[in-house]
Design a binder for this molecule. Sequence first.
Ligand SMILES: NC(=O)C1=CN([C@@H]2O[C@H](COP(=O)(O)OP(=O)(O)OC[C@H]3O[C@@H](n4cnc5c(N)ncnc54)[C@H](O)[C@@H]3O)[C@@H](O)[C@H]2O)C=CC1
Ligand SMILES: O=C(O)CCC(=O)C(=O)O
Length: 430
Amino acid sequence: MGERILGKKKVARQGMLENVMRQFDNAADILDLNPNIRKILEVTNNELVVHFPVRMDNEEVEVFTGYRVQHNNSLGPYKGGLRYHPTVDIDAARALAMWMTWKTSLAGLPFGGAKGGIKLDPAKYSSAEIERITRRFTYALGDNIGPELDIPAPDVNTSAQTMAWILDTYMSTKPPAERSTNTHVVTGKPIGAGGSEGRDRATGYGVYLNIRFWAKEKELSIKDQKFIVQGFGNVGYWVAHFLDRDGAILVAVQDQYGSICDEEGISVEKLHDYQKGNKGSIVDFPDADAIDNDEFFGLECDICIPAALGNQITAENSGGIKARLIAEGANGPTDIEAEEILLEKGVEIIPDILCNSGGVIGSYYEWLQNRNGEIWQLEEVMEKLEKKMKESFTRVVKTSRERKVDMRTAAFVIAIGRLEEAYIQRGIFP
Ligand SMILES: NC(=O)C1=CN([C@@H]2O[C@H](COP(=O)(O)OP(=O)(O)OC[C@H]3O[C@@H](n4cnc5c(N)ncnc54)[C@H](O)[C@@H]3O)[C@@H](O)[C@H]2O)C=CC1
Ligand SMILES: O=C(O)CCC(=O)C(=O)O
């Protein structure tokens, strides 16, 4: 926990772990959760920290630190992404692993929760170095991952290519008869390497669907809704793509390099093409104005979509937010203090464990196809995803109305309630 200055007051900065624990405690109190099950769920099952050496392009060896935290597997194998970022550490991995447990439970998937990654800034390494780092990390993880044990997927700064390297390395450690039957050790793979149609867009599509369902509840049309997106990577691009297709107007984007704005609307596809030729950055996009990063969350808009890192919406910037909806593409983008301020102002929040769950649902479909030797068409994947997202959204809204709580609390109550039921039905903690 660090410190930051808020006005003239010094306050403790909430880490993601503190946020997820407070969210858990709040829902556990409301549920009157069985105290034995509470003890189990508030800690992680396994935590792996590995230090592994990799030869760099200049022939020098660098030692990296990687993490895999497995929070809970009472509903099925551990599941969750791998992140390559300087902020990755054991507490970040713990928090993100816990969110995965709640997310898979809420979605009704036969998975538990895990998360991990490597503490590094990928921009500092060549593609060949990233490949070697990924392969050595996979060796270091060894049999702590596996298609029926713990199944990684992409997250920040990892991609389908990263998953293909992990798969290839994992396979190389297995006897010949097991090599072709283990493709579901990772999801989010390229299609040619056993990936599923639709997994690339599944998270963004899920965020878009949640916004659509919300708009329908409010009897609003998506057309002409103004939206801003923080993060223009896998999640941010795809949600912008689908909203734009329905006539919504992208007015501002922020990425790790800077922020741009155009009240008349930014072309999603032009920006995407520009970014590809600009080393992944949106900066200096010719058809929009550069703005200060600090202005971003306070811009005039209807919908705000944080789709980058955790703890981006804080007590410092939440007061200025003009949007009436925050659709959380990222994991943990809104801290606890900010959420209180926003709810007080009447801003609605579709919480991460619901809003971005399209990704892990898409991963589940990939895992099922690999496991059963099936290949589904894109339309089939998208239809199944929509049906599942609709069920989750409806259940969260219903619970939120019945219990008179906000959507995050409702989502947590459903997710934790399902885990409690599983433990009790097994007779472990009657
Ligand atoms: N990829 C997936 O399927 C899923 C991702 N998520 C969450 O969505 C978020 C984004 O993930 P991806 O799109 O996959 O990552 P990505 O690596 O594809 O894109 C990340 C984007 O965030 C931007 N960014 C990074 N640091 C930033 C900062 N300090 N300020 C503003 N922008 C910043 C980057 O420039 C980039 O545009 C993460 O929180 C991740 O955990 C959640 C569910 C599934
Ligand atoms: O697709 C998956 O397995 C997990 C994606 C992920 O890391 C997340 O939902 O935060």
